[in-house]
Design a protein around this ligand. Sequence first.
Ligand code: HEC
Ligand code: HEC
Ligand code: HEC
Ligand code: HEC
Length: 320
Amino acid sequence: MNKILLLLLVLVAISFGQIEYDPTQIKGADACENCHKSAVDHWKTTSHYNVFSGNEEQVAMHRRPESKEILKKMGMKSAKRGLCTNCHFTLQQQEGKKRAKAISGPSCESCHGTASNWIEFHGVFGNDANGTKATRETETAEHKLNRLKKADDAGMIRTHDIYNIVENCFECHTVPNEELVNVGGHKAGSDIDFQNWLNKEIKHNFLYSDGASNREAPRDFEIKTRNEKSKLIGLLVDLEYSLRGFATSTEEGDYSNSMKNRIESVISKLNELKTAHNDSKIISSALNSVNEVQIELTNASSLNTIADKVKSIAQNYSQN
Ligand code: HEC
Ligand code: HEC
Ligand code: HEC
Ligand code: HEC
């Protein structure tokens, strides 16, 4: 085959693959272990880990008969390359290697951002006012501010901005791929309630106690307000991603129906939450935006506009 044509085909394949991060920038969970042992140990008990490694209760994704069915219907050969790896695995491309390889299930960097540009300095406290090596307690305010700003600029997703973390969950858990669902027969999204799911399985807030216990909120956050905030942001992001997901539908089918159901279900959860919530104004403004549009296949561009509005409501609330 003509080389240029081959290159084009590869490029098309990659853009369909939609990997949203650069696999050369992935360090892998092993790189976090020295300093975050409790978080890594805990991760190894979750289905995010077992989906790749497998255990007695959970067969690794690429070994499941259901996966072989899906691959067949999609005309694909491997679950460890291409589309499936976007959500099920973490891809890393080591220096000098020609291609990226699946190294684990969704891992630290799937939620906190690829680490090679921030791993070295995000937890280093610099020198204190006397010029000696600082600890967390003696780090100067200026150093802390710079350190965190530098980490954010380098793409680290930290705990202060819930929106940025939640967004990752819904990118995978709404399964926003019509062909995969309608043709492949893949499950159409998870019934995910962010705040519950956070405390159910993936919770790993060990900094507060230096690894001694797993707290219900990260360090520096009060548990009750954190939970309230996570709950509302989770619903808003669910709404945003369901609207975007529905907007990509091209036909009536499992995919469009399930996205539509998602939208309706989030709307009713938001209505329920509104009556008792301290931030009912925020909820109302999101609900008013959705009321402006019909959830119809022909309305893609208005649906995306509404999704953008919901996004900025959620982001403002998150950063507040
Ligand atoms: C050399 C030690 C070290 C390594 C390696 C390390 N960290 Fe950290 N990390 C720290 C320290 C120390 C803190 C606490 C910083 C503070 O007190 O502000 C921290 C904080 C964090 C936080 C919380 C930040 C916030 O503001 O919410 C996250 C998330 C995090 N690290 C993720 C990771 C991930 C993911 C990896 C691996 C890719 C990693 N770290 C590797 C030392 C390290
Ligand atoms: C857009 C993200 C995404 C992509 C791409 C994706 N999956 Fe999934 N998959 C998920 C999520 C999220 C779940 C968990 C659903 C749940 O149970 O909540 C899942 C669950 C599954 C399950 C278990 C289903 C069940 O009923 O419990 C199988 C099998 C599976 N995926 C196979 C595949 C295969 C094979 C591919 C590639 C052809 C693939 N997936 C691509 C996100 C994705
Ligand atoms: C890179 C994609 C990806 C991201 C990001 C992601 N997940 Fe998942 N998650 C999956 C897949 C795939 C599975 C299914 C594992 C399996 O089939 O065994 C899963 C499984 C789970 C499960 C267990 C499912 C069950 O039925 O009990 C929970 C809980 C969960 N995820 C919560 C979250 C939360 C909360 C976030 C965000 C903070 C998140 N996930 C981010 C891909 C992802
Ligand atoms: C599925 C997404 C997801 C994965 C995977 C994940 N994290 Fe987190 N991480 C979060 C979320 C969400 C929070 C904030 C939790 C909350 O609000 O209760 C967090 C919080 C943290 C914190 C701050 C906790 C505190 O006590 O203040 C650290 C440190 C951290 N993660 C490190 C890691 C490391 C290391 C890994 C890999 C072993 C990892 N995370 C894997 C989503 C994830």
